[in-house]
Design a protein around this ligand. Sequence first.
Ligand code: SAH
Length: 348
Amino acid sequence: MTLEERLIRLIETEGPIPLSTYMQIALHDPKQGYYAARPGIGRDFTTAPETSQVFGELIGLWLVHEWRAMGEPAAFRLVEIGPGRALLLHDALKIASLAGGEAFLKAAQLTLVEPSPALRLVQKERLARFNPSFARQLSDVPPGPMLLVANEYLDCLPARQFRRDGERWRECVIGLSPERSLVMGLAADEPRPPAGATLTGDVVEVQTGLDLVVADLASRKEPFRALFIDYGPADRAPGDTLRAFRKGQQVSPLAEPGANDLTVDVDFGRFARLAASASLDAHGPAPQGMFLLGLGAQARLNQLIKANPDQAEEIFNAAQRLIDPQHMGERFKAICLSSSGLPKPAGF
Ligand code: SAH
């Protein structure tokens, strides 16, 4: 049975399901979900570490810097959530070993949070030298001081959507058409959007997964710092931003569940407010371009071009895509959540 047929049966027996349930199943069904069955990084979409090595390298410098700011703990958890093909940490740890970070590397206990068995294999192989262990979710990461990075992870956390209906709000749900195909509709009852949602506009999208990330971070007893990079507006709540991608093309989010990447814009404002109410420090969101320039992107780029003059144009263009506001420089943002009492993180 295809995942689509299983979803149809589920809806026939259970009734229409919230968008967040649909996203969770389409992305993470252990057998037929997108990330389990055919994760398409580099095929369906391209990410910053896949675009230029400069991205991972600067984050490597950031990690060493923040480890020092935390007082150089002799053992700490170095965590990445959703490492994909593990290029970010590959480039980050390579530069750390060059930049006098031997003590950092010695102290780091690499833990990768990755539900996809297919991607775990890739990550294990690429990072074999650093002996990574795996966790299914953030709450399974063992205690201890922690530095965490996650690029393009928040955008695939399930979202609920609510639509204004006169004075009321109604939840967007996935149901069945008379022909038995998946359709988006509005729930018959009238739930209120969850607390903390910004009720402007006629559609409000709420990523319930953000609440869990903040709760998991806030429950840690030792100091930590967590850097998230993703896309979304800085100053308003996302409306309907659900999109599906296949081979770089946008397709319908309901077409062939499990075959396409599903993504929404991240509500950084809400993420920062959730963090503040859990007594965490939040820095940013800062535009990715500014963040990378602040970490020394220009100097690293010059170095690379000098060492590889034949590939100067290619190297320049790739790094430029990350920084240029017309490309990823503005739409992508970095936000850092920390346990309270640490100094301001670099790049913010
Ligand atoms: N960070 C990588 C990959 C981004 S793709 C890069 O920048 O290239 C999204 C990644 O997040 C994949 O590795 C996917 O398996 C993982 N992911 C998606 N949902 C997740 C979840 N709920 N928990 C942990 N990882 C998740």
